[in-house]
Unconditional design. Structure first.
Length: 118
């Protein structure tokens, strides 16, 4: 694929945020903000057992002070209970059903390295 811009993805952060807001409105989700995804992702990394430096390298946090707000972990119950749109979206795609239930499909090494120059 020829490089036509300095960016990997040709979208601005404002465009992505606006699309996310429109999608939430369309799906009737009124209590989710784009930043919540970052918060949730960082929390999941801690739950997976990654240490502070590893999580910080993924999230871009430079200090423990700003990162520690993400450490209230291991909530009980289904955090997505009542999100009726999740069932509707995943109903159509079997791969998404696996992700919804925490069963991430593994890719074979040949799939992970396809297209790489060695």
């Amino acid at each position: 694929m020829p490089k036509v811009a300095d960016q990997i993805f040709p979208y601005t952060t404002d465009a992505i945020g606006a699309s996310f807001t429109r999608a939430c409105k369309l799906l009737g989700i009124d209590d989710l903000r784009f930043h919540d995804l970052r918060h949730d992702g960082v929390s999941r990394l801690f739950e997976l057992g990654l240490n502070i430096p590893k999580v910080a390298s993924n999230s871009g946090h430079r200090s423990w002070t700003s990162l520690k707000r993400y450490t209230h972990l291991r909530q009980t119950g289904d955090k997505y209970d009542g999100w009726k749109w999740l069932t509707e979206v995943t109903r159509k795609d079997p791969a998404l059903k696996l992700v919804q239930h925490g069963q991430f499909p593994r890719r074979r090494r040949s799939q992970r390295t396809a297209g790489r120059d060695h």
